[in-house]
Design a protein. Sequence first.
Length: 190
Amino acid sequence: MKKLFLVGAVALFTAANAQTEKGSWMVSGKSEISFNNVNTKVKYDGTEVDSDETSSFAFSPSASYFVINNLAVGLGLNYMHNKNGDVKSNTFVAMPQATYFLATASNVKPYVEAAVGYASNNTSDDESEIKADGLAYGAGVGVAYFVNPSVAFSLGLNYSGANLTFSEDSDFKTNINTLGVGVGISVFLK
């Protein structure tokens, strides 16, 4: 009975670690969750003006290769679209990234990740268009729950930032810093 238990435990540990072993691929999709409560009242010359409704969408696909056990390097992409009244903003980010999974004997694996790369933004309304680009960076921590050897759901705390320079006025720069909770799904291929 002890031998059977030992063989089962070894098999479980091996299966749980097979996803993040050297030579595997990880393909992921993440989406940020935002919690916003915005109540804007604008007054101009004593008259209250209606504020516009804001809508946004973001998606972050990535593909990574495990160069050693538990360490994957790859490329992450991020697309964000925001609309506030007539103002539309589209942002595209491409960042090489590294993700390290902590080895555990269970199907829950903590991870840390970091990335640095390029961001491009285009903001427009009915009358004008503004373009900006520059350095993008990010880091995060989280946990991945492996439902089977090929699929994991993740929950993480992510920080991202960008330093952008506007193309029309090189003296005008902006820094963006974001902290958010992200959920995602990853597929592991051998």
